[in-house]
Design a protein around this ligand. Structure first.
Ligand SMILES: [Zn+2]
Ligand SMILES: [Zn+2]
Length: 417
């Protein structure tokens, strides 16, 4: 049993937080040369004989040897040219191929290849194995699929894979740009944890100490390895992969993305939606998320320097907000009307809790510390690094909190005087 499976089993089940933490993940294998054992691992986990293998040309090439290892199976291949933006059509295509058959999906890749597989397997009730091609984001163990439908990107509940395989040789060999992006996605957990804790404090939102602890441990471990991220080192690659899995497992346990995504992911999501409208292919998820994390942390650190605050009721120009969202305005309106999440925040309580909030902000590494670690890990650091116009970025940051019904400290900005 792998170390990570021990962690899963130790945190699984009934919890003090009142929730029974469950995940469909049965087996996680991380090791050198596992690409040659995929067939055996599937047999160990009672996968059916018919396999739909989904990959793109790059990920299939990275996983050289996987087809040979599946020689006892009847394999149908579904290979994309270069899949960067997954949409609902991809899900329908896959569903067609497995509907009514006793087949399972083996997805070879990272986010954009795995996401349609996760949803197609969930809808058709099939087993799923994810073979990771790069440690580039934290969604491997996740149960939900971010997908584009009719030009809009949203997260759909899907399923976690039964089996996850990470061949450390392949992970270590992945392009540095992907490894650095994975690191950027992980640093965001510090902001996610601040936002989750602040919301719990102010609005009484559900919180699980155990899951938050799992996330915190994963990112702390990774920060220690910042200078090794871009090395072609199997041991480091395996550890990074483990850390990425832990936060995904945390999300399965809470059945939402709270433990792993806060204000920074919402900003990055707005950027991506805006760019999709303009037909721009988004950056690697972790690149944008990393820079959004630093910008959010910078703001939170500034707030933490204030010993006391005055508060007021939120008073924003909704017409201006909906104008910014353009074709998305109706969807955004539904998230804010008739109920608005900001109504859960009592200005007096916010004021009185300020000391606690400052403590929460200071409980994670500062902007400077995260920036230094990200520099070591070869991450993108500035708004210019991710190729965005400064004014566009500021707008996305300013308007982002209104496009999700999720309480963050950034959402409370207009109540803080
Ligand atoms: Zn719990
Ligand atoms: Zn992410």
């Amino acid at each position: 049993m792998s170390a990570i499976m021990d962690i899963i089993n130790a945190t699984r089940g009934e919890c003090k937080c009142g929730v029974v933490h469950e995940t469909t993940i049965r087996d996680i294998r991380i090791g050198s040369g596992l690409v040659h054992q995929v067939g055996q691992i599937l047999k160990d986990n009672h996968f059916p004989k018919q396999i739909l293998l989904v990959a793109d040309r790059n990920t299939l090439q990275a996983a050289e040897g996987i087809l040979e290892s599946l020689k006892d199976f009847s394999v149908e291949q579904h290979i994309y040219d270069n899949l960067r933006v997954a949409d609902m059509e991809h899900v329908y295509e896959l569903e067609e191929k497995i509907r009514g058959r006793e087949a399972a999906i083996v997805s070879v890749g990272t986010g954009s290849v795995n996401d349609p597989c996760r949803l197609a397997a969930a809808k058709q009730d099939k087993m799923l194995c994810i073979f990771a091609s790069a440690p580039s984001m934290d969604g491997f163990a996740s149960y939900s699929s971010p997908l584009v439908e009719k030009g809009f990107k949203a997260s759909y509940p899907a399923k976690s894979p039964e089996v996850i395989i990470g061949d450390t040789k392949i992970l270590a060999n992945a392009p540095n740009a992907l490894k650095s992006a994975g690191f950027g996605d992980m640093v965001s957990k510090y902001v996610a944890l601040i936002d989750w804790q602040v919301s719990t404090l102010i609005t009484g939102e559900y919180y699980c100490e155990k899951v938050a602890g799992l996330t915190r441990q994963a990112i702390d471990e990774l920060m220690e390895m910042a200078d090794k991220v871009t090395e072609n080192d199997e041991e480091t690659a395996g550890k990074i992969f483990e850390a990425l899995l832990k936060t995904g497992i945390g999300m399965s346990y809470t059945q939402n993305s709270r433990p792993a995504s806060g204000a920074e992911h919402i900003i990055s999501h707005v950027i991506e939606c805006k760019e999709l409208i303009d037909g721009i292919i988004p950056n690697y998820h972790g690149d944008d998320v990393g820079v959004c994390t630093l910008e959010t942390l910078k703001y939170y650190n500034e707030l933490a320097n204030r010993p006391q605050i005055e508060t007021q009721y939120e008073n924003v120009d909704w017409d201006e907000i909906y104008r910014f969202y353009g074709p998305m305005a109706e969807d955004v309106r539904k998230l804010n009307e008739p109920e608005n999440i900001i109504d859960l925040v009592d200005p007096q309580k916010l004021k009185e809790s300020w000391g606690e909030i400052v403590k929460i902000i200071r409980s994670v590494p500062s902007y400077e510390q995260c920036k230094a670690a990200m520099e070591k890990a070869g991450c993108k650091i500035t708004v210019a690094d991710i190729g965005k116009d400064e004014a566009f970025f500021r707008d996305c940051m300013y308007y982002s909190p209104f496009m999700r019904r999720r309480m963050t400290l950034l959402r409370m900005k207009h109540m803080i005087v």
